[in-house]
Design a protein. Structure first.
Length: 541
């Protein structure tokens, strides 16, 4: 009888929601319910797409505190636009139904994955940490602390990407969701400061994520007890239980988790970016936005419509407008043929003047480095490009001089010959004689003058010969509140040995005077990346 009453109550409730939202949404079925909300799968009529609609239960809609907490969740999550945070499309009220609409995620919760598999691999735990930390770090920079990070609130979508949900008890700027000295959350995943009811920041979420990572790696949470208060006591006072791990990879990952679970917030990673770097992950930054220009709202521009002329119109245009262009082209061809005929008759070739090359705006290879030096008034130089397959030597002439070369006619078969590949390890490597693993070494950078050419020297260690990799070079401005990236360049490459030395030349013309970070990030053919960072300064020319 009790089950029948519950089913009947649920049926009445879904009918009420269906009637209230019918103009805009077709309610398809119920996905799940908790103590504070019911989630339905629905179809948005205007865009013909499936969405998830979270509804506050009717019995809680009369309580203003629950209504405020529910709408707070929608407002908080709606302001966070990140690929690893569930997007909020709309929040509203229709009759007595209070709801918000969000993206429908097809996949599983991390809690269900752990229940089914027990433990996850090192690679899977690392990916969960990097993606979730990226979202939490993004939220923390905007003053939002989730306060309830646990496997149930981390979803794995159909692509395997981690997405954070449920900002119901999040702390956001301008909002006070709990009274001073009280705590809301899940005891097994609460940080020591959260358990003590003191003000929180993003480092508290990092602790909770560390508990999730510990559980993924070992199959259980670090602190367990029958009484919630006993669990909180252990979080505050007891040392972290040392797990039974077997491989070096597991222990290396555990070292990161152990720091995340430090009792004091100041002993943990101070930002999500620090933790991601410790895991060998890549911290993204804008690469194309100029920091010297004000940010503007970008609006869609109208598409230009060009009328295609008919054949008759094209012929008329040719005879009335384009005949001068064709006549000029014909005169050039005629002159070239005449010169060739004279040369053929005299048995020689005309002299060729080597003109100074145009200097690139941002990046110079080693061969172009020689051209740049000559262009400043030095002597003519010929440098082979650094160990990049297919790179060829180039010769540049000093400005104001003309280099004469009598080049005899070459048979057509030899005109397109491929230059020989540079010998491996053309530069002596600083890698160990027997590298222990995949790594990158980066030489220090001395003070540079604006407009000079900066030689960047780095070593790629531990890759098997023939392994393809890419080297990304970045410059980040050192500012207290803003790390911009005015330059980000990627070079595809291939290892000739386990000890590779590389030399890149960067034109500093585009960098204004100031202090910078130089990042060199090398990614192998399996997608794993390692990087090094040095600091240097650019002074006025």
């Amino acid at each position: 009888m009790a089950m029948t009453s519950v089913a009947k109550g649920n049926s009445i409730e879904i009918d009420v929601v269906r009637s209230a939202l019918d103009p805009d949404y077709e309610i398809l079925d119920e996905l799940g319910r908790g103590g504070m909300a019911i989630v339905y799968r629905a179809r948005e009529r205007a865009l013909d797409r499936e969405v998830a609609i979270k509804v506050l239960p009717a019995m809680l809609a009369m309580d203003q505190d629950f209504v405020e907490r529910f709408t707070h969740e929608a407002r908080t999550a709606g302001k966070l636009e990140h690929p690893n945070i569930v997007p909020i499309y709309r929040v509203g009220t229709s009759g007595h139904v209070i709801y918000f609409v969000m993206k429908l995620l097809t996949g599983q919760s991390l809690a269900r994955v752990i229940r089914e598999r027990g433990k996850l691999s090192v690679g899977e735990v690392r990916r969960i940490l990097i993606e979730t930390a990226s979202a939490l770090g993004y939220a923390a920079k905007r003053g939002v602390v989730h306060r309830d990070i646990k496997p149930d609130n981390i979803l794995l979508d159909a692509e395997g990407r981690c997405v954070i949900t449920d900002f119901g008890i999040a702390k956001a700027p301008g909002g006070q969701q709990t009274a001073a000295g009280t705590s809301l959350g899940t005891p097994k995943y609460m940080s020591p400061e959260h358990a003590q009811g003191v003000p929180l920041d993003g480092r508290s979420d990092m602790y909770s994520l560390g508990v999730v990572a510990y559980q993924c790696l070992t199959g259980r949470t670090p602190f367990e007890a029958d009484d919630p208060f006993a669990i909180l006591y252990k979080h505050i006072n007891e040392p972290l239980p040392r797990p039974d791990l077997t491989s070096d990879e597991e222990w290396a990952l555990y070292a990161v988790i152990e720091r995340m679970l430090s009792k004091k917030a100041e002993d943990r990673f101070q930002s999500a970016d620090d933790m991601i770097v410790a895991l060998g992950g890549h911290v993204s930054a804008p690469t194309l936005v100029s920091q010297s220009l004000p940010s503007l709202v970008v609006a869609a521009q109208p598409t230009e419509i060009i009328l295609t002329p008919t054949f008759g119109t094209k012929m008329k245009r040719f005879w009335t407008q384009d005949w001068r262009s064709w006549a000029g082209a014909a005169s050039v061809v005629t002159t070239a043929a005449l010169v060739f005929a004279i040369t053929k008759t005299s048995g020689g070739t005309p002299e060729i003047s080597a003109q100074p090359p145009v200097r690139p705006a941002a990046v110079l290879s080693d061969s172009a480095r020689g051209a740049s030096t000559a262009a400043r008034g030095g002597t003519t130089s010929a440098l082979a490009a650094d160990s990049v397959p297919g790179a060829a030597s180039k010769v540049a002439a000093a400005p104001g001089r003309t280099t004469q070369s009598s080049t005899k006619a070459t048979p057509p078969a030899t005109k397109t010959s491929t230059p020989a590949r540079p010998a491996a390890n053309a530069l002596p490597s600083k890698c160990p004689q027997r590298p222990d693993g995949f790594d990158v070494l980066l030489d220090p950078v001395p003070e540079q003058r604006q407009g000079s050419d900066l030689p960047i020297l780095f070593d790629v260690c531990g890759l098997a010969p023939g392994t393809r990799f890419s080297a990304q070079i970045k410059f980040r401005t050192i500012k207290r509140f803003n790390n911009s990236t005015p330059i980000a360049l990627t070079y595809p490459d291939e290892a000739n040995s386990t000890r590779e030395r590389r030399r890149r030349i960067i034109d500093l013309e585009v960098l204004s005077p100031g202090r910078y970070y130089l990042d060199v990030i090398v990614t192998n053919d399996r997608g794993r990346n390692v990087g090094k960072t040095v600091e240097f300064r650019v002074v006025e020319r």
